[in-house]
Design a protein around this ligand. Structure first.
Ligand code: NAP
Length: 290
């Protein structure tokens, strides 16, 4: 598990619920480093994003213990124990702690790597993280050259933790981030023999494919997942929260077990709602969506 943060010279990270400074080069570094990652954040950090919306192209996991809270596109975990239970099948290297202050402090001992953007100025912060230079287990692995943005100098520093605490990741669901990449279209075979049940399952897959975690997953559902014998991946699939191209193939095989017949249909993200709402036969769908 890794941590990524931008700090001022006092290890301040935020003020009045917002960042101290937004450096475009640092934003780019954040986007590239966390591409296709599983992000862990506190509820205040989610609320600090534009419109309180999760970051696209990534799995967003949010810590919040208010009963019944859910946020579209996110998984809510009610405690660190619940978070670790939910993450148990993931790959440690895919998981990034992205703030804010309270979450960095709780998860720092479990991180093996920290990507720190050091900004050489005092932002008069009200939220801080511990000074890694003062912690014996943390040491600098690399540092970029000093850069400058609007008169403020900054550099990218990578720290390594020599004794991280274990989360117990198994890595069994190591492709979890692949469900969250941005998708433009899906192609699949629409069988000749169809039923309402097939169409319902197909529509649920299309929704989950283009809009993973639609409606959000509450911490009560996370608890249900942890208490079941299912992996997070299997649980989220069963709930219609995530889908992959392989799930469309499996659905075809389920309804056309002899693997014969059907039309290839291509559904774009823009036309997904139109496809879901259409009540046409296979020929007509193939004509409209091929
Ligand atoms: N510089 C950077 O790179 C960076 C990055 C991210 C954020 N930030 C800044 O950091 C500030 C936000 O930090 P923050 O400390 O105020 O908020 P935060 O850590 O983002 O979120 C705190 C929220 O998460 C919940 N939470 C935390 N740990 C929990 C746990 N173990 N179980 C259940 N819920 C938990 C808290 O619930 P309870 O209140 O019930 O405990 C609270 O609602 C903002 O200014 C933001 O801009 C800076």
């Amino acid at each position: 598990m890794k941590l990524i943060v931008a700090v001022d010279e006092k290890w301040g990270i935020g003020k009045n619920g917002d960042l101290l400074l937004s450096i475009p080069d640092d934003m780019r570094f954040f986007r590239e480093t966390t591409r296709r990652a599983i992000l862990v954040m506190g509820y205040n950090t989610l609320m600090s994003f534009p419109g309180g919306r999760p970051l696209p192209g990534r799995m967003n996991i949010v810590l919040n213990d208010t009963e019944g809270v859910r946020a579209d596109g996110t998984v809510i975990c009610g405690s660190i124990e619940q978070l670790f239970g939910f993450l148990r099948d993931m790959n440690s290297d895919d998981v990034f702690v992205i703030g804010g202050g309270s979450v960095y402090r709780q998860l720092l001992p479990y991180c093996d790597t920290a990507y720190i953007t050091k900004m050489r100025f005092c932002g008069d912060a009200d939220t801080f993280i511990p000074d890694l230079d003062g912690l014996s287990e943390w040491s600098v692995i690399s540092e970029s050259e000093i850069k400058e943005h609007e008169g403020i100098k900054y550099s990218f520093v990578e720290y390594r933790n020599s004794a991280p605490l274990s989360v117990g990741f198994s890595g069994v669901n190591s492709d979890m981030p692949s469900y969250f990449v941005k998708r433009a279209e899906i192609g699949f075979t629409y069988p000749d023999i169809t039923s309402g049940e097939y169409r319902n399952e197909l529509n649920s897959l299309i929704k989950a494919y283009f809009r993973p975690l639609y409606g959000g997953v509450s911490c009560a559902e996370v608890a249900e997942c942890i208490n079941s014998s299912m992996s997070a991946e299997a649980f989220l699939k069963e709930k219609g929260c995530i889908a992959s191209a392989g799930d469309f193939e499996r659905l075809y095989e389920k309804y056309a077990p002899d693997n014969k017949g059907g039309h290839t249909v291509r559904v774009t993200k823009e036309r997904a709602a139109e496809f879901i709402e259409s009540d046409l036969n296979a020929d007509k769908l193939a004509e409209l969506f091929s």
